[in-house]
Design a protein around this ligand. Structure first.
Ligand code: ADP
Ligand code: MG
Length: 704
């Protein structure tokens, strides 16, 4: 792809940002397609594709000075190689250096050529997290390169940014493309979209400088600041990202306000029938929230309401009652969930509740294919009262007859954009459906104002009675054997257990591998138990089959990755083991733990950690042992997350920001709101441009 003189003469710098990535040298059709999967279609999308974290490969650390839990780069010579088999093949390489100490490199996945490179005497530079292994210090699956001859190993002269990426696109290649895009970064006068009279009082860093700093941090950059996301460059970008988010939500809200919605006041017959057959009474919090929703539905303006309720607070039945209100009024209701697993579970619940009312919910997910899909779609078009499914529901080709209500579960996996699409689906002229969003992410109220600026918020702040709190313990991985015995004991009493493997956020593949290793280990250690495996790399059919078997008790233990984080409900599962719990944030630990403690038996959660613990990790595990109140945990999270949190990895399961963090950057919010209002009022065109820049293609909003 050569740049022709004609084009560069014609293109203004603004066009440069809007140019397709294929304009960049070296970006052919295949790479363009891969980039598209990441939502990177234009050159400016690359400017704003920000690192998740950084690795420090600027120095070589002597093996003797390595500290467990840190990521470090070492250089050494292979002293011994061992290929073993412990549940699965593995390769162990002993690497020694001039500090006369030895480090083990451990691989579970390797091919023959890789194994053969590690010949005794060969010299390597490796990077990875230092762990405590069976033979002293080790790195599992390090990044490595061979150093030939006697030349001293070269080190990087600045921090290495690690970008979110996808299969088939390595960090180096992605960084290279971003680098080429950065060469076209225009000067600030052109790049800046926030008007200077609004920007200057805030004393923000220059946008151009900010982008260059986060992509190419200088050797003398303030590393702790950068690692914690508090560097002025990141704060500049966080401000802009929060502002964009705020503008987007405000615009959405304004658009919605211009429409009308059907008045959904039925006679209450179906709702009464459902409540009469429930085996429990609604909590007063559920009743209050249902009443708030019913009030919204009775008005000819579209409801846009968020129901926030901790895991297990009973949001599903609130959704079901809302859906029935729509049906009573003669309209259709749709419920969408972020994952197949979760959607299917809702479908089963709704079936159980609604079949006695002579209603048969229609199931429509991406996996319903062929004739089944055609007939489901026909049913939806003809006005089937209740439709449940995944994203497929909101994709092209599904038409409702008269959608009155859209319910979206677990909002953090969806984006604003999807909410919008679903509403457009049900639109007839100026009339749009009501919208209810359910989320289990507890966000303190002040933050909710920004996070959900387009929504009204209801809170289910009470758990159903009779829950036995989950007893939580933290146990060192050195006592893994005892934990496995605990599973044996629990299962022999008829209980079921989850074993959750968590790993590194940038690789679903590594996480899946870890789950396979744990699966092999547990299968060997507990031959009498039927054990299943669920991870993101399995086919949807395999995942569903395992979940269904775990749900009906055929499988006693389920080894899973964090794919089970969202919403899975198996009341008989009363033991959960979370591996590498020290690596997870509080919000995610809380979500995971919420999968147990749903039945009447006492439940427990074992947080298995690698020693030694950082102070921060210790504090987090302590919070988990102390409380199971999601809002309290969210507040603690705010308190705890500080400059000490290294690497700046963002918690998954939260709003998908690239650089901003609602908790960390809360201090920016008042200015965000102020500038946002001024821009909407006086600079609507710039506001639009800002949104186009940050929000980009719809892929951005897909979340996961
Ligand atoms: P979440 O808010 O996490 O989505 P669910 O809707 O899955 O929670 O509810 C968790 C469990 O609690 C389900 O088994 C549900 O049937 C039950 N449940 C819901 N409301 C009540 C209630 N008022 N009393 C007792 N159990 C309830
Ligand atoms: Mg739920």
């Amino acid at each position: 792809m050569s740049r022709t003189p004609v084009r560069s003469a014609r293109a203004s710098p603004v066009d440069v940002g809007g140019a397709p990535v294929s304009d960049l040298p070296g970006v052919g059709p295949a790479l363009r397609e891969t980039l598209r999967k990441l939502g990177l279609e234009r050159v400016q999308d690359l400017w704003f594709h920000l690192p998740l974290r950084y690795e420090d490969r600027t120095r070589i650390t002597p093996i003797r000075d390595l500290r467990i839990g840190e990521s470090a780069q070492v250089e050494g010579v292979v002293e011994a190689v061992e290929r073993g088999f412990r549940y699965r093949p593995q390769l162990r390489v002993a690497l020694g250096d001039e500090s006369r100490a030895t480090l083990t490199l451990r691989f579970f996945h390797f091919n023959r050529a890789q194994a053969e490179q590690f010949a005794p005497g060969a010299r390597f530079v490796c990077y990875g997290e230092i762990r405590h292994g069976a033979h002293g210090l080790e790195i599992v699956h390090p990044a490595y390169r061979r150093v030939l001859g006697d030349a001293p190993a070269t080190t990087e002269d600045r921090l290495t940014p690690i970008y979110p990426t996808t299969d088939g696109l390595g960090q180096k290649r992605l960084a290279g493309v971003i680098e080429r895009a950065l060469e076209r970064l225009p000067p600030d006068e052109i790049l800046e979209l926030i008007p200077s009279d609004l920007r200057e009082p805030l004393r923000l860093a220059s946008l151009r400088e900010a982008l260059l700093t986060v992509h190419r941090p200088a050797p003398d950059v303030d590393i702790p600041a950068l690692a914690s996301g508090r560097h002025p460059a990141q704060q500049r970008l966080a401000f802009e990202e929060l502002l964009t988010h705020h503008l987007g939500l405000k615009r959405l809200r304004a658009q919605v306000r211009r429409h009308s919605a059907p008045v959904l006041t039925g006679d209450g017959r179906l709702r009464r029938a459902l409540r009469a057959q429930l085996p429990f009474a609604l909590t007063s919090a559920q009743q209050r929230v249902v009443a708030e929703i019913e009030r919204d539905l009775g008005v000819a303006a579209p409801m846009l309401r968020l129901v926030q309720g901790d895991v297990g607070s009973g949001k599903t039945v609130v959704a079901a009652l809302t859906a029935l209100a729509a049906v009573e009024a003669g309209f259709q209701a749709a419920l969408v969930a972020p994952t197949e697993l979760l959607a299917e579970q809702h479908w089963r619940n709704f079936q159980k509740w609604m079949e006695p009312l002579d209603l048969r919910p229609v199931w429509l997910s991406g996996k319903v294919q062929g004739r089944a899909r055609e007939s489901a779609r026909a049913a939806v078009a003809e006005g089937a009262p209740i439709v449940i499914g995944t994203h497929a529901l909101i994709q092209e080709g599904v038409a409702f007859r008269h959608l009155g209500l859209a319910i979206i579960d677990e909002q953090h996996r969806f984006g604003v954009h999807q909410r919008l699409t679903l509403r457009e689906k049900g639109r007839t002229g100026d009339v749009v459906p009501h919208q209810l969003v359910l989320t289990a992410t507890p966000i303190p109220r002040t933050l909710a104002m920004t996070a959900y600026a387009d929504l009204d918020v209801s809170v289910i702040d009470e758990l159903p009675p009779g829950r036995t709190p989950v007893q939580t313990v933290a146990i060192s991985n050195a006592r893994r054997g005892e934990v496995i015995e605990r599973i044996r004991a629990a299962c022999s009493e008829g209980r079921q257990a989850y074993w959750v493997c968590t790993l590194i956020e940038e690789s679903e593949q590594l996480e899946a591998q870890a789950a396979e290793v744990a699966f092999a280990e547990l299968t060997a250690a507990l031959p009498e138990l039927r054990i299943g495996l669920v991870h993101g790399r399995l086919k949807p059919k395999e995942k569903q089959a395992a979940m269904a078997q775990f749900g009906n008790g055929e499988l006693r233990v389920l080894v899973a990755t964090t794919v089970i984080e969202v919403g899975v409900d198996v009341p008989n599962a009363s033991l959960m083991v979370i591996e590498n719990a020290e690596r997870l944030g509080l919000a995610q630990l809380h979500q995971l733990r919420g999968r147990v403690g749903r039945g009447s038996t006492a439940s427990s959660c074992v947080l298995l950690y690698q020693t030694p613990l950082s102070q921060m990790a210790r504090a987090r595990l302590e919070v988990m042992r102390e409380t199971s109140d999601g809002f309290r945990i969210a507040e603690k999270d705010l308190e705890l997350r500080g400059p000490g949190e290294m690497l700046g990895t963002r918690q998954t399961g939260q709003l998908q920001f690239r650089v901003a963090d609602l908790a960390r950057d809360a201090a920016l919010l008042p200015a965000v709101q102020r500038v946002g209002e001024a821009m909407l009022r006086d600079h609507a065109d710039l506001a639009e441009k800002l949104m186009a820049r940050w929000i980009g293609g719809s892929a951005r909003f897909a979340g996961a």
